[in-house]
Design a protein around this ligand. Structure first.
Ligand code: AGP
Length: 617
């Protein structure tokens, strides 16, 4: 939930830390802070005279940045943090870094210390003084308690004491040439460069400086000096691991002239979709051996169990429909947060799939652990190489959407849907449940999807105009059926997330069982109604809400003259096959939500109360 960055090397660190925090701001943005090791010249005995200067502020990073720019402090070793509050309000005092009683140790932390109250009482009883309401503040005091000349050892002792999750990074004036870190569940990576070394919550934070990374594993500790990154296992033994080279570039992680990351990422979808198909669907041929499943295994599959949260859950709902339709395998989709607590049934002949763009969502991780503990083999679909879920799963399929910075999932969603389509197609072919003609037709249509998405994006102004006419409404209902339903759910989620307007995604046929009572002149009903097998049904549903005086905005197939009679606003999608409307119809909804939020003056990249990866329960 929070973002962490640290640097030690031969460059001044203030700008490196602030730049890194800005790239991490999507992880948390209620307060931010940096701590810099400042040298005051040699001491009498020859050793360096150093102090740690902390600058922190409530609010977004720019609040802290202003003070940091004015403060005449700089040094070549420092740590920075952007916070998403869990314990204690988002105030300056609760912002990280936190310090021990002596002010010699500074700590940043992403995660939750579950036993902090107990630890805090013990520490208080032995004379430690606390000033914040955070769980994190116990960490510098624990380091103070355990420090006897070796900061790494103190960190390793601390790890044995705390319960919960955390990526923890610390530095001390008693060891001015090093930064130490530790990981329990929450992500932590080391970046390696000739000019110095980094720790960060994820790669975009330091992509500007290096593309060489080492993932720190659970329960490992790490020691950074200007010239070395040393990693120690759970027992404290030095381990060696070579860095991998990330294929993300800094350009991916910048706005490149767009007003917001969200808009940029919406517009990157033709590319993300193409990249996610690349190597898997070429010249009419589907290659998906990377699924790592033998034909025999696929034929014997009794069930596919998919787990996911939020937007990824909506991708799973499309996956369910195509796998059932094309491959005739029953598919169950569960929210990870429910699955993990419902004592689920696991069988060897089930395929277990976890979908998560970040690869860090704690509920999904816990559900995977639960399934694996019962003998399931887990396949993860994720966008982040080296993420915790990628490493804890038995196999991984990567979406290739590139880094997604906006808190709202957009391009990662459409890339996930592509993987769902390819999976359904592949299973259908191997099980012989898809006729050659249908198989060929689907492949042809899939090849055309990037261009059709581009066609919608080229007409973004039409959606801007519809948003301008409707943004003042207080209630939005997104209705869909079959492949339009996941799009309706996702459209409502997008609108809620960034505009804070009440919105519901609902199966159109269920309206008369309750929600139709909501509709009146204040309601906008967004109907996802391509000309598919349920077109006539949803057309009737739309007429029902229109009769109750709702404003109707219909997303229709190009040239559908009939629907035009029943809509106040319309957007025409290029035509495709029924199943692929699932991916096409979300594009106008993303843009529509975006423009409504912009009309309302909202911050679409960093909506209130949300964070990009939800690494706390
Ligand atoms: C999407 O816009 C949301 N921010 C959120 O629902 C997200 O999809 C969910 O938290 C799951 O994240 P994941 O894909 O990284 O697991």
């Amino acid at each position: 939930m929070c973002g962490i960055v640290a640097y030690i090397g031969n460059r001044n660190c203030k700008d490196i830390l602030i730049g890194g925090l800005k790239r991490l701001e999507y992880r948390g943005y209620d307060s931010a802070g940096i701590a810099i090791m400042v040298s005051k010249g040699p001491k009498k005995g020859g050793s360096a005279d150093v102090s740690i200067e902390v600058i922190k502020e409530a609010g977004k990073i720019k609040e802290m940045e202003g003070q940091a720019k004015e403060a005449r402090v700089d040094g070549k070793c420092g740590i920075g943090h952007t916070r998403w509050a869990t314990h204690g309000e988002p105030t300056k005092i609760n912002a990280h870094p936190h310090r021990d009683c002596s002010g010699k140790i500074a700590v940043i932390h992403n995660g939750i210390i579950e036993n902090f109250e107990e630890l805090k009482s013990e520490l208080k009883a032995s004379g430690h003084r606390f000033i914040s309401d955070t769980d994190t503040e116990v960490l510098p005091h624990l380091l103070e308690k355990y420090y006897d000349g070796d900061l790494l050892l103190a960190m390793q002792r601390l790890m044995g004491k705390i319960k919960g999750s955390g990526a923890i990074v610390a530095m001390s004036t008693d060891s001015p040439g090093e930064i130490v870190g530790a990981r329990i569940t929450s992500p932590l990576i080391a970046g390696v460069s000739r000019d110095g070394n980094f720790l960060a919550s994820d790669m975009p934070a330091v992509l500007e400086h290096t593309r060489n990374f080492i993932v720190i594993n659970d329960f490992e500790t790490v020691k950074l000096t200007a010239g070395k990154v040393e990693i120690f296992d759970k027992e404290g033994k030095l381990t060696s691991r070579k860095p991998f080279k990330a294929n993300w570039s800094i350009k991916n992680a910048e706005k490149s002239g767009y007003e917001d990351f969200m808009l940029k990422e919406i517009f990157e979808q033709p590319y993300g979709v193409k990249e996610s198909m690349r190597g898997r669907l070429t010249n009419g041929q589907l290659h998906f051996d990377e699924l790592g499943l033998t034909a025999e295994k696929i034929k014997d599959l009794k069930k596919v169990q998919i787990i996911a949260c939020g937007t990824s859950y909506h991708a799973a709902l499309i996956g369910k429909q195509v796998i059932e339709k094309w491959a005739k395998i029953p598919v169950e989709v569960d929210f990870s947060s429910e699955y993990r607590y419902r004592d689920p049934l696991v069988d060897e002949e089930y395929l277990f799939v976890a979908i998560t763009q970040s690869g860090e969502t704690i509920d999904t991780l816990a559900a995977i652990r639960e399934a694996r503990s019962k003998g399931a083999k887990v396949m993860a679909i994720t966008n982040v190489v080296g993420s915790t879920i990628a490493r804890e799963s038995d196999s991984v399929i990567y979406t290739h959407a590139g880094p997604e910075i906006g808190v709202c999932a957009t391009k990662t969603f459409t890339s996930q849907i592509i993987i769902m389509y390819l999976m359904g197609l592949y299973f259908g072919k191997i099980r012989g449940s898809l006729g050659i003609e249908d198989y060929g037709k689907i492949i042809d249509e899939l090849h055309m999807i990037p261009n059709k998405i581009q066609n919608i994006l080229n007409r973004a102004d039409e959606l801007k105009e519809i948003a301008r006419h409707t943004f003042k409404h207080k209630c939005f209902l997104f209705l869909g059926r079959i492949f339009g339903l996941p799009a309706a759910l996702e459209g409502a989620l997008k609108l809620k997330e960034i505009s804070y307007i009440h919105a519901e995604g609902y199966p159109a046929g269920e309206m008369k069982h309750g929600p139709i009572a909501l509709t009146d002149t204040r309601t906008v009903v967004v109907g996802i109604m391509p000309e598919d097998s349920v077109y006539d049904k949803i057309l009737s549903n739309i007429q029902e809400v229109r009769a109750r005086k709702a404003t109707i905005f219909s997303i229709i197939s190009e040239g559908d003259e009939n629907s035009k009679k029943y809509a106040d606003h319309l957007f025409e999608m290029p035509r495709t096959i029924e199943e692929l409307y699932g991916i096409l119809s979300i594009i106008p909804l993303q843009l529509y939500s975006y423009y409504i939020a912009k009309n309302l003056g909202k911050d679409v990249d960093q909506p209130r109360n949300l964070a990009k990866s939800v690494t706390v329960e």
